[in-house]
Design a binder for this molecule. Sequence first.
Ligand SMILES: C[S@@+](CC[C@H](N)C(=O)[O-])C[C@H]1O[C@@H](n2cnc3c(N)ncnc32)[C@H](O)[C@@H]1O
Length: 281
Amino acid sequence: MNALVLGEHEFGYSEEDFEQVRTRLYRRAGISLATSKRQMVYSRLARRLRQLNLPSFASYLAFLDQHPEEWQPFINALTTNITAFFRERHHFDQLVSLARESQRRGRPLRFWSAASSTGEEPYSMAIALHQALGEQARQVQIIASDIDTGVLATAGNGVYPLERIAQLEPALKRRYFQRGTGSNAGLARVVPELRQMVEFRRINLLDADWRMAGGLDAIFCRNVMIYFDKPTQVRLLERMVRLLRPDGLFFAGHSESFVQANHLVKLVSRTVYQPVQGATP
Ligand SMILES: C[S@@+](CC[C@H](N)C(=O)[O-])C[C@H]1O[C@@H](n2cnc3c(N)ncnc32)[C@H](O)[C@@H]1O
């Protein structure tokens, strides 16, 4: 019996329910939620319980077990999607140097943004590459993926509140965003030229097969590994490194470090890694 109810809540929510949510999220998405996230789990899932007209977390968990289609809303509710245009600017400067070098060698350019959230990261890549390569950027392919179908829908639309682009240089805003008018006032849409450079897909990084061709120039895998435990991080890094060109780059988040995985990668600049010899096919 779920005796311990955590605080005054609209829905029944026990310590055991919280543990069950954590276990399910870890198994499905690899996300390790800290035990301090009890209240966060409650507030993120309460809306879903209300929509489904369920009285308690125990009944929601039973519903989840009986309805496989509920997994996606469950995951969408529990992921953390914080992102921004040109987050860690230095990464985009490095991306441009790499692209110029590959272009000089006449190679087609392919990139993967592996936890793209609402799209700011892959569109920033597209802007940086378009600025650097001009019309040639049409041939660039950026694959952007996430486990969360809600953020992927936003990313595909490429429509953002003006506050999201407020920090960008005015010339860049004029060139790469269309300002909404009438009922779209206060919004800006990424221009079609950039949208055609980016292909959005749903990929759970825990999936055994990502259906991703190798020979990538760079992988942006930023601020997602922090949600995974160390063994999962190393397993994923090993698979990603195999998808890179030998001189390709792996971009990590500002608080993520892979210096321990020195059999796979070496640090080449701030949170940027290159495969060690023999780590790529
Ligand atoms: C904090 S955002 C990072 C966004 C962007 N990369 C950045 O650094 O600004 C983390 C993203 O990882 C995604 N994510 C979490 N677990 C995942 C998994 N197992 N497979 C793919 N994406 C996942 C979440 O849905 C979320 O959008």
